[in-house]
Design a protein around this ligand. Structure first.
Ligand code: WTA
Length: 631
């Protein structure tokens, strides 16, 4: 089960093998897992349809690999450590056996509530152990989980429930977040007004409120598990059966349901977890992401548990009760691998070094980042003050669609260069394409980042809309998966991700489509039209800058801004709040009616002097007005 590469030389050998003999490479890894029936073929694929299958006709259940197979050797080993929002509260620890029993009991509860293989279950939960238990319990019985980040609004949740045609929501009364408590059940109730597929709602009592419980529909978690057996046979799944749907933003207004399947996702998340983080058997590993995002799915829940590791789950925020909270938790639990987002590092940097210098951080061995490019200043701060210049930093590039880490250092094995994700993992074949879609073979170049061969955890489809998957990822460059990112490759072949080249904005590591935010803004009655771009933001990486056209320029701009922000919060959630809203009388458009975003982006970036050619605009005067009014 140890899938670790032990040296950089071995990496080079394995990488070569993975390209020359892909089947042999993945076959040796896949056979270390528990299969109910062996697969007949490693991979069948075409990027045209696309039609991608891994471990063809193999039968398994991912949770048997996360839990059951560890029981003999690791039954008493800690699987999960949960650290609460409030450091004065008691933390929770579950061994593999305890987690197994909790998952089985809840899986039985789901069955008792009528959930069966293939049903979709939306999970809208705080960062508590029950979230992980709910995810695994769904997988155990073959239900498809779709976790919705608990910061999304009722409107956003309803869209996801309706798209997935989900039968059940699992939620809590509320959640703790720093000094605040946030109602969750109330948001679910509001969402369900516009959803008719939901039959049952399971509610976990997290903050001790008494939410409204609808008779016949809503049931408390503790009542649901009452008397349930602590064993539950795992549903036998095909490798290609859906494991989960996770909604993510793209360049159109509507988020899409990225689909991952049992077999390939299992093999790749375990393989990448072990190699990137290089955890030893007794290590404690902590990823600070939320399970509502892909990072939490792959590297809090599945990757670590598949590997028999001890994974830490944190309910709180980095700045509560103070900006030393992350470091206090590292010392408290003796964390060895610490994985976070550049935006969190930049936010903590702003509080100064004292907080981090108050803790020893002796246990740390490997540091990681994910979600957005890390700037050199933040990289150095992390390296010096957190890693004491002794811990390697793995800058892990990947996406919801890739399921697992694609380009990254491997613990302390790989050469490291600040702000560079580095080399691809074995099995991953990235290429840079030029404007014409031709592969650029040399080094010291820049281009569109694509992948030319499938890997086990590549997305299979976008839920109920396969053509959208084809158009978005496989039609830009024939024969390649297109990532949407631009990247550089240095003289040694190391990759540096520059950022999105499509209409996706990455705010604090959260993805939003510009059209998605524009739709939200336009839902406000005073707005006629809007255009949204990203601009560099010191802490969030990118901030949201909105240009808004109203019937007439609002007299009280502050109030109008506040109202528009409120609409965005209602439509999507607080995480999508525009930072800047500029009221304009028109948008720069070409004769065909296309908004020239390039111009808006330059103005938002404060580079109005570099607008380039504006002669194709219908009304060039509007540009002067926009420049004058820039925020
Ligand atoms: C960006 C998060 C630079 C990138 C796992 C990608 C990164 C998008 C990195 C996916 C990194 C992620 N360096 N950029 N190490 N990691 N990104 O789907 O633009 O939430 O396309 O997945 O985040 O975001 P997603």
């Amino acid at each position: 089960m140890d899938l670790r590469i032990k040296s950089f030389e071995e990496y080079t050998e394995k990488y070569a093998l993975s390209v020359e003999n892909t089947d042999q490479f993945w076959g040796e890894i896949a056979e270390t897992f528990t299969w109910n029936k062996p697969y007949e073929k490693i991979c069948n694929w075409d990027f045209e349809t696309p039609d991608i299958k891994w471990f063809v006709n193999g039968k398994l259940n991912i949770t048997e690999n996360c839990l059951d197979r560890h029981l003999a050797k690791r039954g008493n080993k800690l699987a999960l450590i949960w650290e609460p929002n409030d450091p004065k509260e008691r933390f929770v620890r579950y061994t593999y056996r305890e987690l197994y029993e909790k998952v089985c009991a809840f899986a039985n509860a789901l069955k008792a509530q009528g959930i069966k293989k293939g049903d979709r279950v939306v999970i809208y939960m705080p960062m508590i152990p029950e979230l992980t238990i709910a995810v695994l319990a769904c997988a155990r019985i073959g239900a498809i989980h779709s976790v919705v980040f608990a910061g999304f609004s009722a409107h956003a949740m309803a869209d996801r429930i309706n798209d997935a045609q989900a039968n059940m929501v699992i939620t809590a009364d509320g959640l703790n977040r720093g000094a605040k408590q946030v109602p969750l059940k109330r948001v679910v109730d509001e969402a369900l007004r516009t959803c008719n597929s939901i039959e049952k709602v399971i509610v976990y009592d997290c903050v001790g409120w008494s939410p409204n419980m609808v008779d016949g529909r809503d049931i408390w978690w503790n009542d649901a598990i009452e008397g349930m057996a602590k064993d539950c046979p795992a549903e036998v799944m095909d490798s290609e059966d859906m494991l989960f749907i996770l909604y993510t933003s793209g360049s159109t207004g509507k988020p899409k349901g990225v689909v991952h399947t049992h077999g390939g996702y299992m093999v790749y998340t375990a393989y990448s977890f072990q190699n990137v983080f290089q955890c030893d058997e007794s290590d404690i590993y902590w990823c600070t992401a939320d399970v509502g995002w892909i990072t939490g799915h792959s590297y809090i829940v599945y990757g670590p548990l598949l590997s028999g590791a001890t994974t830490v789950m944190f309910e709180g925020v980095p700045t509560y009760p103070d900006a030393g909270r992350f470091w206090q938790v590292c010392d408290k639990h003796g964390v060895n691998q610490f994985y976070t987002a550049p935006t969190a590092i930049r936010a903590l940097m702003a509080y100064g070094e004292d907080h981090v210098l108050s803790y020893s951080l002796d246990s740390l061995k490997v540091l990681g980042t994910v979600g957005e490019p890390i700037n050199e200043e933040a990289w150095k701060w992390y390296h010096i003050h957190v890693g004491k210049e002794r811990c390697p930093i793995v800058d892990t590039w990947w996406q919801t669609e890739t399921g697992g880490i694609m380009i990254s250092g491997l613990g302390d094995l790989s050469p490291m260069r600040p702000a560079h994700a580095g080399f691809p993992l074995p099995g991953i074949q990235p290429v840079l394409l030029d404007q014409e879609g031709k592969e650029i073979k040399e080094n010291k170049v820049e281009g569109y980042l694509c992948i030319k061969h499938p890997w086990p955890s590549i997305l299979r489809t976008t839920y109920r809309d396969h053509d959208r998957c084809r158009v978005t990822y496989f039609s830009h460059y024939k024969g390649y998966y297109f990532t949407g990112d631009g990247a550089k490759r240095d003289e040694n072949g190391m990759y540096r991700i520059i950022g999105r080249v499509d209409d996706v904005i990455n705010v604090s590591g959260h993805r939003f489509g510009t059209a998605e935010i524009e739709n939200a803004i336009n839902a406000n009655g005073i707005v006629i039209e809007s255009a949204v771009v990203g601009y560099p933001h010191e802490i969030k990486g990118q901030g949201i800058y909105a240009y808004v056209v109203c019937e007439s320029l609002p007299e009280d701009r502050e109030t109008a801004r506040a109202e528009i922000v409120e609409t965005v919060v209602e439509q999507i959630g607080k995480i999508a709040k525009p930072e800047k809203i500029q009221f304009v009388t028109g948008l720069p458009k070409t004769r065909s009616g296309k908004i020239m975003r390039r111009i808006l982006r330059k103005v938002a970036e404060g580079e109005s002097d570099k607008l380039g050619d504006t002669s194709t605009l219908v009304d060039p005067d509007v540009v002067d007005e926009i420049i004058k009014g820039a925020l």
